[in-house]
Write a protein that binds this ligand. Structure first.
Ligand code: NDP
Length: 240
């Protein structure tokens, strides 16, 4: 039986490429999303991958979604915590809401889904978890104290949980993408984007497929000796 993989935010951007890559590897993939029904419908029509709508920052919604996927498709053995948002602002202007939303969506979601899948994964003695961090969680970024804190938190979360998962054959790794050509990055003003590209040694933005390749590698059945690591996929922009 094909292993079931859940990719949060898996119907567009980096997540869509991850979902497609895992399907190509023979996984049974479910993509989650927050509210963009049009993107979800188009994605399912194009790929045949089902999409499930729930808010990853809400524990109860995650609980209901995990239960229904388990019942309809099977227990989730591969989890990619990819859903993420930005609410950029300087400290002077950032309000508490922008802080909470970013922490809850980017980092709280990792707790919610790992917590809800942990018993199943440990009982089955198999789990592959990949958390999508960011270069800005490693290096920091002006106007992103919320996002940098959440993404940096993901890297600590990954290392701690990897230690708990090791004896159950649950690996927990992170990927720290550099700047990838998705809607999130297209929202960056053009002049700022050109400066960013100028600082990337390979001279281009990343492609979603560049990140998907890393996820496929880390979630392979025989990748059981790789845990607690952070894979930087950033065109050489930040070496850490
Ligand atoms: P996009 O903005 O293109 O897509 C975000 C995805 O996350 C969407 O599917 C969205 O669903 C989903 N999502 C957002 N909030 C929630 C929520 N509360 N509950 C469930 N799903 C949610 O993002 P990217 O593809 O650019 O980024 C993917 C990940 O990679 C993020 O974690 C991001 O921080 C990280 N990253 C991205 C980089 C980049 O350059 N693009 C660089 C480094 C890291 P919906 O479509 O319904 O809104």
């Amino acid at each position: 039986m094909a292993r079931v993989a859940l990719v949060t935010g898996g119907q567009r951007g980096i997540g869509a490429a991850i979902s497609e890559k895992l399907k190509e590897q023979g996984r049974t993939v479910v993509a989650s999303f927050a509210g963009n029904e049009a993107a979800a419908q188009a994605f399912t029509e194009r790929t045949g991958i089902p999409c499930k709508r729930f808010d990853v920052s809400d524990f109860e919604q995650c609980q209901a979604a995990v239960a229904s996927i388990r019942e309809e498709i099977g227990p989730i053995e591969i989890l990619v915590n990819n859903a993420g948002i930005t609410r950029d602002n300087t400290m002077k202007r950032m309000d508490r809401k922008a802080w909470d939303e970013v922490i809850d969506t980017n980092l709280g979601s990792c707790f919610n889904l790992c917590k809800l899948l942990w018993d199943d994964m440990s009982a089955r003695k198999f789990g592959r978890i990949v958390n999508i961090g960011s270069i800005n969680g490693q290096a920091g970024q002006y106007g992103q104290v919320n996002y940098a804190a959440a993404k940096s938190g993901i890297h600590g979360f990954t290392k701690a949980l990897a230690q708990e998962g090791a004896r159950f054959n649950i690996t927990v790794n992170a990927i720290a993408p550099g700047y990838v050509d998705t809607e999130m990055v297209r929202a960056v003003p053009e002049d700022v984007l050109q400066k960013i590209i100028g600082r990337i040694p390979v001279g281009r933005l990343g492609r979603a497929e560049d990140i998907a390749r890393g996820v496929a590698f880390l979630t392979a059945d025989d990748a059981d000796f790789i845990t607690g690591s952070t894979m930087s996929i950033n065109g050489g922009q930040h070496m850490y």
